[in-house]
Ligand binder design. Structure first.
Ligand code: HAS
Ligand code: CU
Length: 543
């Protein structure tokens, strides 16, 4: 049994990460609901705080800050609980502080209007160098957290020779192995952007910076979904009395994600010039490859539902679904997230085809797609998991669990309405990232209007859901009612992990293979772009 004092100190580190995430989602939601209303033509951005600055803040806070702090918090939490030991927490705290400093620097620059470059910070849009430096510091902070998790894996292996690393820690560590490989791309990009933003070099190769961005940007989205998968595989089965379907299959899924998350990024650049179609075809193939671990996950999760239902004497699809604990907010958050991901996965497979992407690229369809991926399975699973974590971190009973449940339902409906509307409007040609889509009353633009109003209505439900979430998260801190138990249990497979083949227990070696694979796949496109200096420009501020 690890000492209470030790556990409390660990919890404080995790609380710092998780409540930073909560702050980010609360602020991001305010900017988000504005987006919806602005698109529907119901409000206008004030001249002193333009539409694109608000969009940048929304994207950065939700996609980069909320997700990252939640995943670092979650991963530290599961690692600390699954590998109990007396440990110093200096590294965990340093990680948080460094991440926070980076975030604050980037956020200040955006608020001041020096970095209205949206969350993809594409050149030739040129932000203040301090924005790029802040973002780099945020990434360095995540490496510190990665180190903390890896150190615990090494510790486990040293003290438990021959025993596999606990599955939940394996999943968290795999997520960070993938992340380290992926973030090398953003570091390469920053090495180009920072000197350029300072004016030390006159021009930057725009397409090369975009390529490095997407080398990082796609695995970034898988970093988010792997955070949700950690929860789906290891935490959620306990909510319905189930098991991990298979230890080996889970480890295989995470290893496939380590290998295949990075060499796919050019599927975001199908419509970009400078990269030849042979490379684009290769990236379509790898993109369909990275969908496989998600198909495996869909199978494994439902199989686990079904086995648990059979154990309780229920048979068949409907009985299985009905036997699930839909009134438990931790479960319902994840489960509604899974349902949204069916649509998100479908849209992703559409995008991955060059010819279909030509129809939807840069339309609001893509915005619909990422709201039923990062905003659906990822964010909703995280919010649900927060209802499970917060009492176990603070020792306090959840304040207003019925609000928590209502939050997951509102979010599900809001996201469904908003994303469907965005998908359809996108098919009709409505662009993304555009402040005024009225096009002087053109008939085609008028056809988008009803969808924009539906999207705004969905967005409003999402905003209300966030208010409920923040109320529960903060209310739990303020009230003094103790929780019944702070016990943390992770799902176990029906079969012992000992039967899992040794090759599926490596982490760092697969990370090395992933890096080699990424270099191989990207070498050709990089060589092409290096030889295309025609895309070098001085940069501009369009705001
Ligand atoms: Fe994507 C664009 C392709 C998955 C996020 N994607 C984006 C952007 C974001 C994003 C943010 O190929 C926009 C970037 C920007 O700003 O420009 N995406 C894919 C593909 C997949 C995919 C093939 N995307 C994700 C995930 C994301 C995410 C995950 C975030 C977390 N995406 C693209 C492409 C583009 C793109 C192109 C560029 C488009 C363009 O033109 O710009 C796949 O890997 C998806 C595989 C998923 C599945 C679904 C499995 C379903 C599961 C649910 C299980 C359900 C159960 C039922 C068990 C095959 C696991 C439960 C039942 C109950 C009753 C509870
Ligand atoms: Cu992608």
């Amino acid at each position: 049994m690890i000492a209470d004092r030790q556990m409390r100190s660990e919890n404080r580190v995790v609380i710092a990460h998780v409540y930073t995430a909560t702050t980010a989602i609360a602020l991001g939601a305010i900017f988000g609901v504005f987006q919806g209303f602005s698109r529907a033509g119901a409000v206008d951005a004030p001249a002193w705080f333009d539409y694109y600055r608000i969009l940048t803040l929304h994207g950065v806070l939700m996609a980069l800050v909320f997700t990252t702090f939640f995943i670092t918090g979650l991963s530290l939490f599961v690692t600390y609980r699954a590998i109990p030991r007396e440990r110093a927490l200096t590294v965990g705290w340093i990680g948080w502080i460094v991440m926070l400093i980076g975030t604050a620097m980037a956020a200040v620059e955006i608020v001041l209007g020096n970095a209205t470059v949206l969350y993809t910070f594409y050149a030739p849009l040129k932000a203040s160098p301090w924005f790029y430096i802040g973002a780099t510091i945020l990434v360095i902070g995540t490496w510190v957290v990665a180190y903390e998790i890896f150190e615990n894996v090494v510790y486990w292996r040293k003290h438990n020779p021959g025993t596999p690393v606990p599955l939940v820690v394996f999943c968290a560590a795999a997520t960070f192995v993938m992340w380290v490989v992926a973030t090398l791309g953003v570091v390469a990009e920053m090495a180009m952007l920072i000197p350029w933003a300072f004016g030390w070099i006159p021009k930057v190769n725009v397409l090369l910076t975009r390529l490095f961005f997407w080398y990082f940007g796609h695995p970034l989205v898988y970093f988010w979904i792997m955070g949700a998968y950690i929860i789906w595989y290891n935490i959620i089965p306990k909510r319905y009395g189930g098991n991990v379907f298979s230890d080996a299959l889970t480890r295989l899924t995470f290893i496939m994600l380590i290998l295949l998350s990075t060499p796919v990024g050019i599927h975001h650049e199908f419509m970009d010039p400078g990269i030849s179609s042979a490379w684009k075809a290769l990236f379509t193939v790898t993109t369909y490859g990275v969908a496989i671990p998600s198909f495996i996950t869909a199978f494994a999760i439902f199989a686990s539902f079904e086995l648990a239902a059979i154990k309780r004497g229920h048979k068949g699809f409907i009985a299985t679904v009905r036997s699930l604990p839909w009134n438990d907010p931790a479960f319902s958050g994840a489960a509604y997230g899974m349902l949204l991901f069916i649509l998100g996965g479908f849209g992703g497979l559409v995008n991955a085809s060059y010819s279909m992407d030509a129809v939807v690229h840069n339309t609001i369809w893509v915005v619909g797609h990422f709201h039923v991926t990062v905003g659906g399975p990822v964010a909703l699973t995280f919010l649900g998991a927060a209802y499970w974590m917060i009492p176990r971190l603070t020792g306090r009973a959840l304040w207003k669990p019925e609000w928590a449940l209502m939050q997951t339902r509102l979010w599900f409906v809001g996201m469904l309405v908003m994303s469907f509307a965005m998908h359809f409007a996108g098919l009709l040609g409505a662009p993304r990232r555009t402040s005024d889509v009225s096009y002087h009353g053109a008939a085609v633009a008028a056809a988008w209007q009803p969808y924009m109003i539906a999207a705004a209505a969905g967005g409003l439900l999402l905003f209300l859901a966030i208010l409920l979430f923040v109320a529960v998260a903060v209310g739990t801190l303020l009230q003094n009612r103790k929780t019944e138990s702070m016990e943390v249990e992770f799902a176990v497979p029906a079969l012992s992990a000992e039967t899992t083949p040794g090759a599926l227990q490596h982490l760092f070696r697969w990370g090395a293979v992933a890096l080699v694979l990424a270099v191989l796949v990207y070498a050709g496109p990089i060589a092409e772009l290096v030889h295309a200096p025609g895309y070098s420009v001085a940069g501009m501020r369009t705001w």
